[in-house]
Design a protein around this ligand. Structure first.
Ligand code: 13P
Length: 250
């Protein structure tokens, strides 16, 4: 019922030449799979990547956007500008933005709203730190991340959104949440949305992110509430990323 989605977050990596080569290699390896695939280059590489993928079955996303639509906000990039470039989705609330660039729950909610207002799909990241998990506050932390967006945009906004559960302790560390640990959080997140609308919750795609590799992808994606992945390190290698996409295709 929910089409799997695998998204590559390339973060702060690549050159103009290397990202175009990577996008081409991913498009030829994954273009025929019955899933949605997406790559998210740095802002300045989006035009080149969109150009090389014209007509191919691989979408392009952005890694972030401004919480403002226009004005005196030096250095910012609006969701509307990204829409003009040809992206389909924008990641908001990534833990690296929350941790290093002070994105609060409220700012993430404002970014989420900007993305939808531009007609794009937010890929809304949520996740707890190692300390928060150890303290038993995982649900409290991701619950408040989720509720900040619902308070601003309404549960109806989840109809055109994707959630990405990314436990901070699993990002780039080689430590993956076990399929059971991830599934437990995904099921809980879906139930939280279902409290507002069962129908929207049933159609909502919830991705898992955090050290997904070809070796662990199939087990994670086999869980009932894990609808694909948001991939960091392994997305920089076309062979690894396409192996992950094949695992999502089943
Ligand atoms: P890694 O796959 O490198 O752990 O990164 C995950 C991530 O942050 C995707 O957004």
């Amino acid at each position: 019922m929910r089409q799997p989605l695998v998204a590559g977050n390339w973060k702060l990596n690549g050159s103009r030449t290397s990202v175009v080569e990577l996008a081409d290699a991913v498009a030829s390896a994954c273009g025929n799979l019955p899933i949605e695939t997406l790559v998210c280059p740095a802002f300045v590489h989006i035009a080149d990547v969109c150009g090389t993928l014209d007509g191919q079955n691989l979408r392009v996303g952005a890694q972030d956007c401004s919480d403002q639509s226009s004005g005196a906000y030096t250095g910012e990039v609006s969701a509307q500008m990204l829409a003009e470039m040809g992206v389909s989705s924008v990641i908001v609330g990534h833990s690296e933005r929350r941790q290093f660039y002070a994105d609060s729950n409220e700012r993430v909610a404002a970014k989420f709203e900007q993305v939808q207002s531009a007609g794009l799909t937010p890929i809304f990241c949520l996740g707890e730190s190692a300390e928060e998990r150890e303290a038993g506050t995982t649900r409290e932390v991701i619950g408040s991340q989720l509720q900040a967006v619902i308070a601003r945009c309404g549960v109806v906004a989840m109809k055109n959104a994707v959630l990405a559960y990314e436990p901070v302790w699993a990002i780039g560390t080689g430590l993956t949440a076990s399929p059971e640990e991830a599934q437990e959080v995904h099921r809980w997140l879906r139930a939280e949305v279902a409290a507002g609308s069962a129908e929207i919750a049933a159609g909502l795609r919830i991705l898992y992110g955090g050290s997904v590799k070809p070796a662990n992808a199939a087990q994670l994606f086999a869980e009932a509430d894990i609808d694909g992945g948001l991939i960091g390190g392994a997305a920089l290698d076309a062979a690894d990323f396409s192996a992950i996409c094949r695992a999502a295709a089943g």
